[in-house]
Write a protein that binds this ligand. Structure first.
Ligand code: ADP
Ligand code: MG
Length: 257
């Protein structure tokens, strides 16, 4: 089982990227689970026809407990979708919500029962507090990738996330695999992201162009990979998926979760 956490600033394109990668991995015949770790709880909605699935936290709040069928929804493309959800606005801690969701999945033996080949965590990286760093330091993810554009705020978030991974990394947790450039077409974008990659001593793994088909697919509640499989953009996502599931020297550790 390969476990990858994808971090990045809110709105940078994490969920779009992760959903397309998940759909591409599922199309290869592998079992993939996508776990949204963002109070927005819309990580998987382009896999499920634009509909939001019940979140772990809401289910626990409303039913007092949960069974796997409540919180793991299989998309038409075969992706196992989970959303941690968030606290009631103004009350409670979003980070704590992620911890609760992860503990529930483990308690219900989700990984043993579904046996995913790949687990993708889609994590909001604006604040890398105790809860939002869980995928890195709790033994959940083996590798971390950071989605960024050339915009200053997303590069700033990327740098914070990279520092968090590196400080935990010394203790044998997840390793930083690299950056995924999701273009916003700002001036000098490639060079800005290259420079950031050099500073955090990690490679730019892939460069995704900005493409109008992303919005067109979104309007249908779909990923580009499913809505426009023959497009250049779908080919980009498939190429990124191939790259992410490849074995790496530092990744693929078999430590217990
Ligand atoms: P995040 O999960 O990081 O908050 P989203 O994946 O929800 O961000 O993306 C935010 C918006 O950016 C979405 O409306 C999406 O359609 C758009 N978007 C993401 N990636 C691309 C891209 N490569 N080309 C065009 N639009 C994109
Ligand atoms: Mg998102």
């Amino acid at each position: 089982m390969k476990k990858i956490a994808i971090y990045g600033k809110g709105g940078i394109g994490k969920s779009t990227t992760v959903s397309n990668v998940s759909a591409a991995i599922a199309a290869m015949g592998l079992t993939v689970m996508q776990i949204g770790c963002d109070p927005k709880a819309d990580s998987t909605c382009n896999l499920t026809g634009g509909k939001n699935i019940p979140t772990v936290l809401n289910t626990l709040r409303e039913k007092g407990d949960a069974v796997l069928e409540d919180i793991v929804v299989k998309s038409p493309s075969g992706v196992l979708c989970v959303e941690s959800g968030g606290p009631v606005p103004g009350v409670g801690c979003a980070g704590r919500g992620i911890i609760t969701a992860f503990e529930k999945l483990e308690e219900l033996d989700a990984y043993e029962i579904y046996r995913p080949d790949v687990v993708l965590y889609d994590v909001l990286g604006d604040v890398v507090c105790g809860g939002f760093s869980m995928p890195i330091r709790g033994g959940y993810a083996d590798e971390v990738c950071i989605v960024t554009s050339g915009e200053m705020m997303s590069l700033y978030a990327a740098s914070n996330i990279a520092h968090a991974v590196k400080s935990f990394g010394k203790r044998g947790y997840a390793t930083l695999r690299g950056l995924i450039l999701n273009a916003k077409n700002v001036e000098g974008e490639n060079e800005l992201v290259d420079k950031a990659a050099e500073e955090i001593e990690a490679p730019v793994l892939y460069r995704l162009p900005r493409h109008p088909l992303v919005q067109q697919a979104e309007a249908q509640g779909k990923t580009v990979v499913e809505a426009f499989p023959d497009s250049d953009m779908a080919a980009h996502y498939r190429e990124l998926a191939q790259l992410l599931i490849q074995e790496t020297a530092g990744g693929g550790c078999s430590c217990p979760m």
